[in-house]
Design a protein around this ligand. Sequence first.
Ligand SMILES: C[S@@+](CC[C@H](N)C(=O)[O-])C[C@H]1O[C@@H](n2cnc3c(N)ncnc32)[C@H](O)[C@@H]1O
Length: 320
Amino acid sequence: MEKSTNYLTLLKRAIASRAVIAEKNTAYRLVNGTPDGFPGLTLDRYGGHYQLQFFGPELLAFRAEIVAAIEDTLSPEFMVTKFRLNPSGETLETPLMVVEIGSEDNAATVVQEGDCLFHVNLLDTVNPGLFLDMRDGREEVQKRSCDRDILNLFSYTCSFGVHARAGGATLAVNVDISAKILDKGRENYALNGSEVLPGEFFRGNAREYLEWCAKKEKKFGGIVLDPPSFARHKGTTFRIRDDLQGLVSLAASLLEPNGFLLVSSNFSGFSPKSIAEASLATVRSYSSNARLAWAHGQGSDFPGSGTMKESCLSCAMILV
Ligand SMILES: C[S@@+](CC[C@H](N)C(=O)[O-])C[C@H]1O[C@@H](n2cnc3c(N)ncnc32)[C@H](O)[C@@H]1O
């Protein structure tokens, strides 16, 4: 009984500490592991839908009490639990998903982030369609996009592109290897009333797109570079530790004067400082006056960012 009271108190405290974020957003992290008093566990809010994830075994035995505390405090319309480890404690690539509240056909919803809207589906894959820890980066891109052509590499569901267009970008080119993911991007454009402009969706390899732009002497006022840590494509392997700066270099060569480059990765071997220093040095080989606007990890809804494997992000904004 005592434990249950504690979870309720801890949850209420976590909710209260996100009150400012909740004023403009319906999607954010509500509980981020140990710093919120829940070791090995995260809770994400997507509107009235919630995603509980166990990254470690610490609180598995208290699952029922924690779910009850969430139900009491937040009255979810839908809630899924994702087990990111197997019974022997090994990390699962494809997590086991259990619907705790609501029905499977109610897993999709729409969330608000600033003045943009996004489709999410909590049962689609492990990622519902919007990476919550890039919210601050998207806000920054929106602020800097007015009257510029923006390139959004490794676009996923095009959330950066949507924000760029909301900020007045003349064009936001979204590049992703997956046609299915780009279709979700098109749905997000439609949801936000953004007409798709010619050339805004490119299905293919980000590196090849950059090389094509270099050949055509195409320039951009802003580029977002947020690759996965590891990917395979047509027999080639992308490893962020080895290959990131090659992409930064190609991207830097396409930047217009006064342009920006946002470089980001959730690879735990990087830190905001290391990604910023390496990327700035690379960009300076094209623009000697390039400077760092900021470098940071995840937002304030991710306390302890960078201290836990399941909660790390290195993000740097470079201006030329
Ligand atoms: C980490 S997600 C990017 C997240 C995205 N920037 C966001 O903030 O929503 C990685 C994306 O890269 C795409 N991808 C993987 N390899 C790629 C490649 N060689 N070229 C283009 N896209 C690729 C995947 O399909 C996936 O959508």
